[in-house]
Ligand binder design. Sequence first.
Ligand code: AMP
Ligand code: ZN
Length: 112
Amino acid sequence: MADCLFCKIIAGDIPSTKVYEDDDVLAFRDIAPQAPTHILVIPKTHIASVAEVTPENSVAVARCFEVIAKVAASEKLESFRVISNIGADAGQTVFHLHFHVLAGKPLREQLV
Ligand code: AMP
Ligand code: ZN
């Protein structure tokens, strides 16, 4: 997608601090971390949000969760939270599916 920030990061047109990359998935550090560890895990195929997941593209979501487990292990995260915002009212600002992986501070007081 030409105008998508995360597609530009995948293409290497915008720099990122990569944590993990393979043919299907990229994990990189959030530019404005909200916890000591704040990693974004995204599929390389453009899917706008969880609301756009279908039987045809859902394998990309499964691959993201495999990478979340891998990154949690490599970052030695014993406890972490995975969040995906869907739509502007939920706080989505980048309309390319992404999973926030947050860890490194107590998260209990926050939403869910
Ligand atoms: P959301 O608000 O759920 O759509 O999440 C988008 C996230 O992307 C935010 O947490 C931003 O801080 C993050 N972000 C925006 N631009 C960049 C960038 N160039 N590199 C890394 N993270 C970014
Ligand atoms: Zn995109």
